[in-house]
Design a protein around this ligand. Structure first.
Ligand SMILES: [Zn+2]
Length: 86
């Protein structure tokens, strides 16, 4: 019930190095991608063929099926940098 913190829990935090699965497979047949960069745009690397793409965060969140593995490392510096550019 309405307790203010609900919204925060909705926000999934992604870190560089996380492995994720997207709804649409890459033409190479692989659905798993590694996050190379977070921020307003995400840079993803296909774990099947090594192809890299840049996708807007909103699109990434829509295409995301599940997070396969989370890294423990956090690269907050990079995210701060992205926020500062807006
Ligand atoms: Zn691929």
């Amino acid at each position: 019930m309405g307790r203010g913190r609900e919204r925060e829990e909705m926000i999934v935090k992604f870190n560089v190095g996380d492995l994720v699965e997207l709804r649409k497979p890459h033409p190479c047949g692989c659905k798993q991608w590694q996050i190379l960069r977070t921020g307003m745009h995400f840079r993803l690397k296909c774990t099947g063929c090594g192809h890299m793409v840049m996708v807007p965060r909103v699109k990434f969140e829509k295409d995301l099926k599940k997070v396969i593995s989370k890294t423990t490392q956090t690269l907050n510096m990079q995210e701060e940098e992205e926020k500062g550019n807006i």
